[in-house]
Ligand binder design. Structure first.
Ligand code: PLP
Length: 461
């Protein structure tokens, strides 16, 4: 019998330093959220108890990474930390040429400028905010080719990050392969709720694009989390390690952009990688203009060292199963309270369906933005909007109206405890109990680019 006792996920580490938090009361939080224009991005972090704004750059580094920071070689050119990082990326991911950048969008800028021509089309498995904007600024139009299931928060498809090959084929037929510099494939699709792409689907996309001479560029920001889902959900990968699966994923792509602030467990950093010399040559030249010399790309030597070590740690099965175990723990707790969340539970956070939570609000009244503000007011838990505000406007000035109107509870890696997860679930449940009384918001200030970062709102009467 003992053999059948369930073993909980648990962290493969212990704590040796803690950061003290300020506890706030409701009047303090009301003042803070008003001053922030009901935008959680504009709150001061000091006024936040549990910070689930993002999993970007918010990981706790290990003692090994901190030790690595002390080994920074801060030479302007040819830092030994760069060569270490380059070797780790080549060995772990299999890409040939590497260019470090200050973070993911730096890599997106360089890559987009290097291979997109005016009038090009970039199909991809759902947009990401900065990725699409860099594609557009370089002259391309992004076309979403993700499967329809990804837009349905209740659909239990195990791989909602998959590409719909029929949609892709339509795009290729309509515009011609020559106008498609690459297909953009994200692993663990952020905007779909951290949903993975299957290895089988990726192989099919590879076969399709290879025949037509179209590249695949991999947004590998959360590749380790995607690999874990492949291990859990695709039978033939049950016995393979996350490390092996990650390498296989990368092998079906021609290049990548990476925000190392996510999976790779650092507070700042990113890179671009490619297997093509000509792309590398162009990008290596461009990086000098936008980021810095190609052996540091806007990073200190110590940052590159922390990234090299973080990449290795991110590929450990024990790490990733505890990481996703914690996210699933929170998701199940919320489901037990009846909270409508995106299913299946994704890799880096829980996405609450604000349309279902606040059905009396129209999308123009910003249900997700409203809900994020209410959760903060209730408990000091900071989350963020992923809905109509994040989606922004089209080039003709009209709003995008995304099907998904979500509040993202993103879990930083190696930072919070199980009791924190309990408080988060209890808080959203408190808000749920009084959801009928919640009023929407109106936008009173809208910046031109990526408006969700700096927009301001007021409560509707
Ligand atoms: C965060 C993110 C980026 C951009 O990276 P930054 O490091 O924030 O510039 C790109 N793609 C995805 C999927 C991301 O989650």
């Amino acid at each position: 019998m003992a053999k059948n006792v369930k073993r909980s996920w648990a962290e493969p580490y212990k704590m040796k330093m803690v950061e003290l938090l300020k506890m706030t009361n409701r009047p303090q939080r009301l003042k803070a959220i008003k001053e922030a224009g009901y935008n959680t991005f504009l709150l001061r972090s000091e006024d936040v108890y549990i910070d689930l704004l993002t999993d970007s750059g918010t990981s706790a580094m290990s003692d090994r990474q901190w030790a690595g920071m002390m080994m920074g070689d801060e030479a302007y050119a040819g830092s030994r930390n760069f060569y270490h990082l380059e070797k780790v990326i080549q060995n772990s991911y299999g890409y040939k040429y590497v260019i470090p950048t200050h973070q993911g969008r730096g890599a997106e800028n360089i890559l987009s400028k290097a291979i997109i021509k005016n009038g090009d089309i970039v199909p991809g498995n759902m947009y990401f905010t900065t990725t699409r904007l860099h594609q557009e600024l370089a002259g391309a139009k992004f076309v979403d080719v993700i499967i329809d299931e990804a837009h349905d928060p209740t659909n239990e498809h195990p791989f909602k990050g998959n590409v719909d090959l029929g949609k892709l084929d339509q795009v290729v037929k309509q515009y011609g392969a020559k106008r498609i510099p690459y297909v953009c494939i994200a692993t663990s699709v952020n905007m779909a709720g951290g949903q993975p792409i299957s290895m089988q689907n990726l192989k099919e996309v590879r076969a399709y694009t290879a025949k037509r001479g179209i590249r695949i560029i991999h947004d590998m920001t959360r590749v380790a989390e995607n690999a874990f889902f492949i291990q859990q959900r695709e039978k033939e990968f049950n016995k393979k390690s996350v490390r092996e699966i990650v390498k296989e994923i990368c092998s079906y792509t021609d290049g990548a952009t990476m925000s190392a602030k996510k999976d790779a467990l650092v507070n700042i950093g990113g890179f671009m990688a490619t297997n093509e010399w000509s792309v590398f040559e162009e990008a290596r030249n461009l990086v000098v203009i936008y980021e810095g010399l190609h052996t540091y790309g806007g990073l200190a030597g110590r940052d590159m060292e922390a990234m090299a070590i973080g990449i290795e740690e991110s590929l450990s099965d024990d790490h990733i199963s505890a990481r996703i175990g914690q996210v699933e723990y929170l998701g199940h707790k919320m489901m037990d309270f009846g909270i409508p969340i995106v299913r299946p539970i994704g890799g880096h956070g829980i996405f609450v369906d604000a349309k279902a939570f606040l059905p009396h609000l129209k999308q123009d009244q910003f249900p997700a933005q409203t809900l994020a503000a209410e959760v903060y007011l209730d408990s000091g838990v900071r989350t963020m909007e992923r809905g109509v505000v994040s989606a922004g406007r089209k080039s003709d000035g009209k709003n995008y109206y995304p099907k998904l109107e979500l509040v993202r509870f993103t879990i930083p890696r190696r930072v919070y405890t199980q009791a924190h997860m309990d408080v988060i679930a209890e808080s959203i449940y408190s808000v749920y109990l009084k959801r009928n009384k919640i009023k929407g918001l109106k936008m009173v200030y809208e910046p031109k680019y990526l408006r969700f970062f700096q927009a301001r709102f007021e409560q509707l009467k």
